[in-house]
Design a binder for this molecule. Sequence first.
Ligand code: NCD
Length: 308
Amino acid sequence: MKETRNLIDIMDLSVEEIDELLDTASDIIADPDKYAECCKRKKLATLFFEPSTRTRLSFEAAMYELGGNVIGFSESNSSSAAKGESVADTVRTVGCYADIIAMRHPKEGAPLVATRTAGVPVINAGDGGHNHPTQTLADLLTIRREKGRLTDLTVGLCGDLKFGRTVHSLISAMSRYSGIRFVLISPEELRLPEYVVNGVIEKKGIPYTETTDLEGAIPGLDILYMTRVQRERFFNEQDYLRLKDSYILTPEKLVNARADLSVMHPLPRVNEISVAVDDDSRACYFKQVLNGKYIRMALILKLLGVRV
Ligand code: NCD
């Protein structure tokens, strides 16, 4: 029997597989019609136990653009989870109806648990403050399209590095390319967790600095990846209110930035990038949104084993 492939952690994919996915996404962008019927009669289930706009809708748009169909729910209280059903049972049920599952859950590890009973490929669409591998694929596609490479880059990550799952997955992914340097910009309380600093960055011997000073860091960066302070992960609303506006990127702060800086953000943004930055040619966050749909199309094809 063929082994079911899942995407739970970005490290589930080799660098070669990531390159292939990026190539497929680029081919889809060049010739979308070629892919329009590839997933005819296939169903994607989107099981979202946590709020989402881009991730869920881009998965659904991706499946429709491949000629497939979509079922699912976008709130845990509209599924039997509200009656106390376990993730394992919910997913075992959905695996009877769908060919592939994209799942977001507030508990770290829930999508991994789902792989044990689903019987079909499971994609982690974000698990708590842990990982978000498909956002990382969208980020990598954006970086490759903007910079023409994934190597030799100084990447600044700013904001909530503690709870920001997109940051954790992006660091794991970028750590496999040569010539990468990280600048970690956050308040003291929201520093990158030890398990990422020690287990990924230091383990790979990647140069990095930690700072609280966004303006001071900006001139040295090729990429500035801004993030939202993750309100839903705080135990205490007072702490969130104190930290939420730690960093606000404005056009003035970009005065000394490189002409070819790429400003990225997984979105949604709250206050951390002023809307005045949107008109700057270096703002890439809405390009990330579009790239997210194309890379998810490529991923669905790969996990379903569809050859085009
Ligand atoms: C991110 C997430 O859900 O982790 N959003 C997304 O999927 N594009 C970032 C966030 O919510 O801040």
